[in-house]
Design a protein around this ligand. Structure first.
Ligand code: R5P
Length: 295
C-alpha cells in the first residue's frame, strides 16, 4: 500500500495530493521545543511498504531539511521499502559549485544527506540548475511549473506582452512561457558580486512602449534581480510589469523593493506559501507520481 505523508511545512499540499491520488494520508504529530528543536511522531500502528513524503524546504530551510531527514530516516528504519520524497522547493541549490576556493558545495551535501537517510526517489520542481542535481545518487526527477505559470498569465489578458529572462539562467524558462503565450522574449545579463552578493544588471536599449512585461525567474529571494530589470523595463516604456516565478521566498522587503521599481503584480506557485500564490503545483506532482510509481 502506498501512503502519503505531509511534513510540517506541507500538510495542505500533502493532503491535496493524497486526495487527488486517492491514497491514505498520514498526518504526523509535530511540535517545536522551546529551544527550537523539532519533535515528530508517526502513528503507532505505522507499517507501510511505500511512502510519498511531501516537504517543501522554504525558510527556515535548515529546520525544514532537518525535519525531512528525521521523517525519511524514521520511515526507512520502520521498514518502508520505497521512499519517494517530494521537495517542491529544494534549498541550497544555488551553491552547486565552489565559486571561490574553499567554499562548501551545499547542494551536494544536501543530496548526500537525503540519500544517506534512505531517499529512493527525489522529485523537485524547477530546481535551480538541473545539471548539478544530476550528481545526486538517488533516482531523481525535476518538473517544470512554467506551463502552469503560462496558463495563469494567459488568463490575465496582457497587452502585447514580452517575456524577459532577468539572467542567462532563466532563458529556458522564458522560452517555455513565450512559446505557450506565442509572444516575444528577451534576456538580460546579470553579475553578482561573490563577496557582497550585490547584483548588477547590464542595461539594454529596448522599446517596450505599449507592451506589458513579464519577468520570469525560477525564484525571487530579496527581489534585487527583478527590481533591476523592472527599473530598466519601466525606463524603456513598459506598461504593466509582472514578476513571475515558481518559488517566491520574498525575503525582507523584497515586495516593497519590487513595487518601488515598477512591478505591478507578483505571480507565483504554492511551493512557498505566501499571499501571492495563485497556482497550485499539486496537479503536476500528481501527474508525475502517477507516471513513475505504481498506485
Ligand atoms: C539566481 O540566479 C536565481 O535564478 C535568482 O535570479 C536569484 O536567486 C534571485 O535572487 P534575488 O531575488 O535575491 O535577486
Amino acid at each position: 500500500m502506498v501512503v502519503v505523508v505531509g511534513g510540517p511545512s506541507s500538510e495542505k499540499l500533502g493532503s491535496d495530493i493524497a486526495k487527488k491520488l486517492d491514497l491514505p494520508y498520514i498526518n504526523l504529530e509535530s511540535k517545536v521545543f522551546p529551544d527550537d528543536e523539532s519533535y515528530l511522531k508517526f502513528p503507532e500502528e505505522f507499517r507501510e511498504d511505500e511512502l510519498i513524503v511531501i516537504q517543501s524546504c522554504f525558510p527556515k530551510q535548515d529546520k525544514r531539511l532537518m525535519e525531512l531527514l528525521f521523517i525519511v530516516d524514521t520511515a526507512k528504519e520502520s521498514g518502508v521499502k520505497n521512499l519517494n520524497v517530494v521537495i517542491p522547493y529544494l534549498p541550497y541549490a544555488r551553491q552547486d559549485k565552489k565559486f571561490r576556493a574553499g567554499e562548501v558545495v551545499s547542494n551536494r551535501s544536501i543530496g548526500n544527506l537525503l540519500y544517506t537517510v534512505g531517499t529512493d526517489l527525489l522529485l523537485t520542481i524547477d530546481v535551480h540548475q538541473y545539471e548539478s542535481f544530476k550528481e545526486f545518487k538517488m533516482r531523481r526527477l525535476n518538473i517544470s511549473a512554467m506551463p502552469l505559470l503560462a496558463e495563469h498569465l494567459k488568463s490575465m489578458s496582457l497587452s502585447n506582452p514580452c517575456i524577459i529572462a532577468p539572467d542567462k539562467g532563466a532563458i529556458g524558462h522564458a522560452e517555455v512561457i513565450s512559446s505557450i503565450l506565442k509572444t516575444d522574449c528577451t534576456f538580460f545579463e546579470k553579475q553578482r558580486d561573490g563577496i557582497t552578493g550585490k547584483v548588477e544588471t547590464i542595461e539594454k536599449d529596448l522599446n517596450f512602449r505599449g507592451k506589458d512585461i513579464v519577468i520570469i525567474d525560477d525564484m525571487i529571494s530579496t527581489g534585487g534581480t527583478i527590481a533591476n530589470v523592472s527599473k530598466i523595463a519601466k525606463n524603456c516604456g513598459a506598461e504593466k510589469i509582472i514578476a513571475a516565478c515558481t518559488h517566491a521566498l520574498l525575503v525582507g522587503n523584497a515586495e516593497e523593493k519590487m513595487r518601488n521599481s515598477g512591478v505591478t503584480e507578483i505571480v507565483t506557485t504554492d511551493t512557498v506559501p505566501n499571499r501571492f500564490c495563485k497556482i497550485s503545483v499539486a496537479p503536476i506532482i500528481v501527474d508525475t507520481l502517477r507516471k513513475i510509481i505504481e498506485i
